[in-house]
Design a protein around this ligand. Sequence first.
Ligand SMILES: *Cc1c(COP(=O)(O)O)cnc(C)c1O
Length: 406
Amino acid sequence: MGPELTGPEPMKVKSDPRTWGDATKLVRGGLDRSAHGETSEALYLNSGFVYDAPETAERRFAGEDDGYVYGRYGNPTVTMFEERLALLEGAEACYAVASGMASVFGALACQLKAGDHLVSSKALFGSCYQIVTSILPRFGIRTTLVDGTDLDAWKEAVTADTKCVFLETPSNPGLEILDIEAICAIARSKGATVVVDNIFATPILQRPLTYGADVIVYSGTKHMDGQGRVLGGAIVSTRKFKDELLKPFLRHTGPSISPFNAWVLLKGLETMKLRVEAQSHAALTVAETIATLPGVERVLYPHLDSHPQAALARKQMRLGGTMVSFEVSGGKQKAFEVLRRLRIIDISNNLGDAKSLMTHPASTTHRNIGAEARAAMGITDGMLRLSVGLEDVADLIGDLKQAVVS
Ligand SMILES: *Cc1c(COP(=O)(O)O)cnc(C)c1O
């Protein structure tokens, strides 16, 4: 928390934010008004801070006064964003960073050292896959990849030696659903910390902490902004994990979020529930429609009956999410034709946006991992991934029909 501001004593009795519903938390959580009494959260676009006396600076550096010292260590706007997200998750703490990848790398690297063992699901976002299979091993961290849907594989891979478990559910782009509760129980029995990439589900639809996860990583870039403007990320954890592991690692390595970006994300959170719910309802309708189109071999959507883990998805996700993946017959050539024919939906690898966006994962987000790893994740050349936005569903369905059915 920041220093006490010298404004007028609050006149009103305030209710306890922890008793609020999600929508109230998203609009008002973490709000820390300055002495000016601004309605909207203030943007503190500054890198440094000044002190009234050398003793104040000394106390702050000694940790005896929790005021701000430097932008890389903290900023009042960033704090508001962190507190709002922690409140929503029912978590003790949150640490905001520059991007989703900074959150993934920070959450893993802050707790691992040479010789440690990490077990991860193998259906991962491209850059997460690079961190697990290539970057962390360079520092002497041993990693094991498992088929995330196979609980026996987790039981076999997680040993007394395992320090950390990492998983992504739903996965990008295959929309695999992993049993968070069961995997956390396996990890817990061996004393390993569980980090969940909850980027696809968002905290609106899925709460990994309630299933036993220790740490959650987010990309603010996706649904939190939701309007394609800024990069950002956040790590949700216990107070102890933040203070003892994240702070020493992140403060000195410097993946800080810009206060401006934190401010955009803070305002994005205010509408995130509305957007994610509306986009998820639209995505279900879109998925049901795509499934009826000729030339479509397979549709993957967590709450569609045909999804291999539909029951699990309904248990741990409140709605099916904003993402739909599908496979057209005819491989890459046909997939590219569909993309070229789109008249409303844009070709883009971004997601969670108000604008509907479609990408061909095999040639973009999952290009670098290679054909073999793609095959192991079920990413075929005919697969397309659609991020459903806020346009009229009828317009999206019209666009998809004319693009898919040639
Ligand atoms: C986008 C994404 C990331 C990385 O987030 P950035 O903000 O782009 O760094 C990590 N994991 C998943 C599942 C993602 O979709």
